[in-house]
Design a protein around this ligand. Structure first.
Ligand code: PMV
Length: 320
């Protein structure tokens, strides 16, 4: 018997960095997924194979001794084997369509897919139970993880995330797509967050005004999202990008990528921590191909993404 689960990646549409100091961010999941297959084995090992390598560890190995790349998945495996008092080992394989380390939620999607896949060998977990386990797993590598990424990977769609931890699912039916272009520069979220803190400490007045402006921009954007008014949403993305530029998280390469889609897409901004990572451009059928075309003509790697509305999915295969 094999349990196969997949979970989507995500982008931050609005509000990164400013959310660290209050207010809201808007996230959505995208139709690029991580798929995880799990099978019980006759060994006493947890074996994981993925594009990032392979490990095989004793199933009772202390979690702190596990390579951080695989730690959350091993955590999930150990928790489930213990919970269901299983004597078996586990063979887990991970396949990803989500580029790693560029702010597209690959590690959260991996935690969610692992929680769903491994639990699926023993029980029919609800999305709430999957999320709970994924959040615990994520905390083995990011102690201060907000939970927003895992939440959107679990439920799919769009959500509003508040600094105080409140998460509200938005039930808009988006009529847009995104073009995601990858700068290929991996970023460290914690380093960029520290850089923004320094900016805030050095420029308290300017930073506080920008936070207020971002708050208003998000409220106006929520109205525009209800109406699917792409011209307004795109203009708000451009505006949000200028605020991100002011706090120092954009760079020349991201600026050049954004410049390439200027006037072609409805609007564009960096997504996630910045200083590398990805940009997102707002498009629909009318300008999708042209937007991809201008980016590729400048050799920027990009792909079209739709909003995923499914979230995590699991199925069980029985050998005949
Ligand atoms: O690039 P990501 O997905 O790690 O985004 C980080 C978002 C920040 O607002 C910069 C940090 C945070 O904890 O909200």
């Amino acid at each position: 018997m094999k349990s196969i689960a997949s979970a989507p990646g995500k982008v931050i549409l609005f509000g990164e960095h400013f959310i660290v100091y209050g207010g809201k961010a808007i996230l959505c999941s995208i139709n690029k997924r991580i798929t995880i297959e799990s099978q019980l084995s006759n060994s006493d090992k947890i074996k994981i194979t993925s594009g990032l390598g392979t490990i095989s560890v004793p199933k009772n190995e202390s979690i702190q001794n596990i390579d951080p790349v695989f730690r959350p998945v091993v955590y999930v495996a150990q928790k489930i084997l213990q919970k269901f008092k299983s004597d078996s080992g586990l063979a887990i394989s991970i396949k990803s369509e989500i580029p790693a380390g560029v702010g597209l939620g690959s590690s959260s999607a991996c935690c969610v897919a692992a929680a769903s896949s491994v639990s699926g060998l023993f029980a029919n977990y609800s999305k709430e139970e999957v999320l709970q386990l994924a959040l615990e797993a994520e905390k083995t590598i990011f102690e201060n993880a907000s939970g927003a990424d895992s939440t959107v990977c679990t439920y799919g769609g769009m959500l509003e995330y508040h600094r105080d931890g409140k998460i509200k699912k938005l039930d808009f039916v988006p009529k847009f797509q995104l073009v995601v272009a990858d700068s290929k520069i991996m970023h460290s979220t914690s380093k960029v967050v520290s850089k923004v803190k320094k900016f805030k400490d050095d420029n308290p007045q300017i930073f506080s005004e920008l936070c207020d402006k971002e708050g208003r921009l998000i409220e106006e954007t929520l109205e525009a999202l209800k109406e699917n008014d792409l011209n307004v949403i795109g203009a708000k993305m451009n505006q949000n990008q200028t605020y991100l530029g002011k706090i120092g998280v954009s760079n020349d390469l991201l600026g050049a990528m954004l410049g390439a889609v200027n006037g072609v897409a409805y609007g564009a901004k960096l997504t996630g921590a910045g200083d590398g990572g990805c940009i997102i451009a707002l498009v629909d059928d009318a300008n999708l191909e042209r937007t991809v075309g201008v980016l590729r003509s400048k050799n920027y790697e990009c792909f079209a993404a739709q909003i995923d509305t499914i979230g995590v999915e699991q199925k069980t295969e029985y050998k005949s």
